[in-house]
Structures are given as C-alpha cells and as structure tokens.
Design a binder for this molecule. Structure first.
Ligand code: ZN
Length: 497
C-alpha cells in the first residue's frame, strides 16, 4: 500500500521534472549549430537532446549488427559456437525428447521404435554413452546380436560405459556357449566392478566349471567382503572349493599338498562328507589314525554316509571282521538309529557271519523304509540263516524295484549324481548336491521296466520267475550286483554267506 503510494508520487515527480526541463530548454536562448558538408543545421536545445538520444540508439544498433556480422563470418569459417548457440538449445530439447521417447519405447517393448529414437537422439545430442545404451538394448530385444555386439564394442571405448560393454559382450558369449571367452570377460568385468553381484555369480560359476578353484575362492572371498554372502555359507562354499583344489592336486600326484588342502577343507566345514573322507585318507597316509578317526566321527555325527564308513574301514585295513565290528561301534554310537548306521552294522555282522546279530542291527528297516540296500541285506541274512531260496529271491526281487535310498541329488535341477562333485554336471550350479532320497520323479525311470523282467508278480510269490529265461538283467544277477553296490567294505561280500 505504502509502496504503491511512493511509486505514484515518484511518477508524478519525474513527469513534473521532465516538463520543467523541457520548458526550461524551450526558453533557453541559442542552440547547437551542426554543419554537414555545405549545409548548416541549427538545432534548438530540445531538438539537440532528442538528436543525442537518437545517436546513442543508432550506435547501439550498429554495434549489434557488427557483432552479428562477426558471428556470421566465424560461422562460415567453421566455428559453430557463436551463431549455433541459439539453435543448440533447440537441438538439445529435441534430443532429450527423442531420448525420453526411446526409453519409453524400450520399457513398452517396442524395440524398433526405440532404435529409431536412439538414432534421432544421437543426431541431436551426440552423447553416445547415453544413446548407445538404448541402441544396444533395442538390438538385443529384436535379437539382432550382431548390431548389439557392434554397439557394445563402441561402449568399450568410453571409460564410463566400459563395464556395460564388457557385460553385454560377456552375456552374448554365454548365450552362444563360448564359456572360455565369457570367463575372461567376466574377469575383466569383475576387475572393473568387484561389487557387482551378478558379475560375481557368473564369474564364480564359470571359474568353478572351468576348474579354476583358486580363482573361484578369490571371487567367493570378494562376495563375502562386499556382504553378499553369510559367513557360514561362505565357509561351506570355500571348503567345497578348497576340496576341489585338493582333488586337482591329487591329479598331479602331489599328495602332500592335496592332504593339506583336504584337511583345510575339512577344518572349514567339518560336515562336508567328501572333505572329511579325503582328510581322513590324508591322515591315514601320514600314519595318524587317531586324527582320521576323529575327523570321520565328527562328520558321521552330522550326516552318516557310506563314504565315511569306507574311509573308516581303511584306517585298519587288515583287522578281523570281529575287530572291525567292535571298532565301528564307536563310529556309529551317537547316530545308532540312523538307517545308514543300522545298515552298516548289519553288513558288518554279515561279514562276521553273525546273521542273528545282523537281523537285530537292521531291525525293521527293510519293511519300514525298504531300499535296495536294506532289502539286499535282508536277503543275505535269510540266506545266511539257511532260509529257502524262494524267500531269499523274494527279498532280492523287492530290492530291484525299491528306492535306491539317499543319493547325491542336485537341489537345483534334481539330477542324481553318481558321486559328489562341486558343480552339478546337469545344470552347472555350484555346491548344490545334497545327500538325500531323490523325489518320486527321478525314480520313475528305473522301475518302469521291472514288470517286463520279473513278471507282474507280487513280492511274496516271485519264486515262480525262472532265473534262466533272460540272459542279462535276470533278477538274481542284478540283485547280486546291487548287493555288491550296497556293500561298503571291500573283500567281505555277501556271497560268502
Ligand atoms: Zn543341477
């Protein structure tokens, strides 16, 4: 309010001053005489002031024209900055609009539109690090791998986009199945961005597949360092890698290093069965049976497993069956009710020709949780105890169709592996094998043929099957092979019974 009042007063004062000034100039005598060539002008005081103002305006316009002229000359000489600054702003606006449209097209899956917009944005903006990203994505989307690779290679040249380029080419190589090149590119990408989780995982998988255990342990360590891996998982996986390193060392006939590595793996993860078995063998070779016993006992307490029993037998290779039975009691003590412990003890009793003892050790396992192994043990017990052939054969035939019990099964793709491996042979996943009974799906194939071989007979009446009718795969032969498979200890066999 007050400010408006002041403004009005100020306006009135200025107008009054100008009027007064003009009036004064009109009254003043004399003026300015200007002579141009031979003409003479005489200007009154008011006209003189007006002429001065006009002159100032004229000079300003002349200067402006001059600078435009200079800019034009420079533009014609190749310097675009001066005159094109105005147009640049326009280009930038159009360029970013095209960029935005391109991103939108990518998000909505219109690859062709995205590619066109990216090219347009590049024409306006000349920011390849931005537009190439869209071009690469669009090319990937349309399946134009050649074009995508070309763009990725362009990305390699700029430090800011190098990682994206390496990663893009790496993925292309992976898709093409060229794992060797992919591994090298993954190493490069890992060098550029060691914290990038996806790169860590890909590199780890490729290194494990390639058998580069030392490199894989380094990658695993980076995963732990950047907090992507819980400590216990890291320990376990590191143990798996250490063990694999040890196995590799075994191949090159350097048992001492192998032993150290296996013992290290066992220390990292005492329940890793293959590590425990290998470490125990290392101790046996060093004539340290007590350490071997300790290592195996510890692993058995976590997960009873035939491989552990086999290594445990190797501690005393020449003992009598009775002495062996006694020694193994110490191993299975804490997990005496585990099926693995019971079958193992039954087998050792059979080896010692104590068939009633074997029957007691096995308990009702063959009827409660029948597996090929427990049923074969039952057949051996019955034969040893002098039962009729029909009874023995009944057990063996059931063994043929029974589950094979726990095996190394990949948690990722459910494939059954014949022995433990760090990398699944089917799906190439790392550390996914666990010792368990495969689910129904994996067993179907193995039993489907059975009615053709033994007839559709029920286990109690299988004695009618003639053993000589088939050459290969008769129930007896196959079951005997199973019996050998199920036997943990070398040298001692159920055929003795
Ligand atoms: Zn698998």
């Amino acid at each position: 309010m007050l400010w408006s009042l002041i403004k009005i007063i100020l306006f009135v004062v200025i107008i009054a001053a100008l009027t007064l000034g003009a009036g004064y100039l009109l009254e003043v005598e004399g003026g300015i005489r200007v002579s141009i060539a031979s003409t003479e002008f005489t200007l009154g005081p008011l006209a003189a002031v007006v002429a001065l103002v006009a002159l100032v305006v004229l000079v300003w316009v002349a200067l402006k024209l001059l600078s435009l002229l200079v800019a034009t000359v420079r533009f014609l000489n190749g310097d675009e900055t001066a005159i094109s600054r105005y147009f640049d702003r326009n280009r930038e606006r159009k360029g970013f609009q095209a960029l935005a449209d391109g991103l939108m097209a990518l998000a909505s899956g219109e690859a062709k539109v995205a590619a066109t917009k990216a090219a347009r944005a590049e024409r306006y903006l000349r920011r390849p690090e931005l537009t190439n990203l869209i071009s690469a994505q669009a090319a990937e989307m349309t399946g134009d791998t050649k074009k995508a690779e070309e763009v990725y290679k362009r990305l390699l040249t700029d430090e800011r986009t190098q990682f994206v380029g390496v990663r893009g080419i790496m993925k292309q190589r992976l898709d093409a199945g060229d794992n060797d090149t992919a591994r090298k590119l993954a190493e490069k990408a890992f060098d550029l961005k060691p914290r990038h989780e996806e790169t860590q995982d890909i590199l780890l998988r490729l290194q494990a597949e390639h058998g580069d255990w030392t490199g894989a342990r380094r990658t695993l360590e980076a995963k732990r360092k950047y907090g992507r891996l819980p400590r216990d998982v890291h320990r376990r996986r590191d143990a798996v890698l250490a063990l694999s390193e040890a196995k590799g060392v075994f191949d090159e006939d350097q048992p001492i290093e192998a032993r150290i590595a296996a013992i290290e793996a066992n220390r990292l993860s005492p329940d890793l069965i293959p590590a425990a078995a290998m470490a125990a063998r290392g101790y046996i070779a060093q004539s340290q049976p007590r350490y071997a016993t300790k290592v195996l006992k510890k692993a058995w307490d976590v997960q009873p497993h035939p491989d552990l029993a086999a290594a445990f037998a190797e501690i005393e290779p020449d003992e009598t069956p009775e002495a062996r039975l006694k020694r193994f009691r110490g191993l299975v003590k804490s997990r005496a009710d585990d099926p693995e412990s019971r079958m193992l003890m039954a087998e050792l009793h059979i080896a010692a020709e104590d068939f009633p003892g074997a029957r007691t050790a096995l308990g009702d396992l063959a009827t409660d949780q029948p597996t090929a192994r427990s049923l074969t043990i039952m057949a051996a017990v019955e034969r040893g105890a002098g039962a009729e052939d029909a009874v023995v054969r009944g057990w063996l035939t059931r063994a043929l169709s029974a589950s094979r019990g726990p095996q190394w099964v990949c948690d990722n793709c459910q494939t059954v592996a014949s022995s433990w491996v760090p990398v699944c042979e089917a799906c190439h996943a790392f550390d996914t094998l666990s010792w368990r009974v495969p689910s129904e799906g994996e067993m179907a194939g193995s039993t489907g043929m059975l009615p053709l071989i033994v007839g559709a007979a029920a286990p109690s009446e299988v004695a009618v099957v003639e053993p000589e009718t088939e050459d290969a795969g008769t129930p007896d032969k196959a079951a005997e092979e199973l019996a050998k498979d199920g036997e943990v200890l070398e040298g001692e066999s159920t055929e003795k019974a």
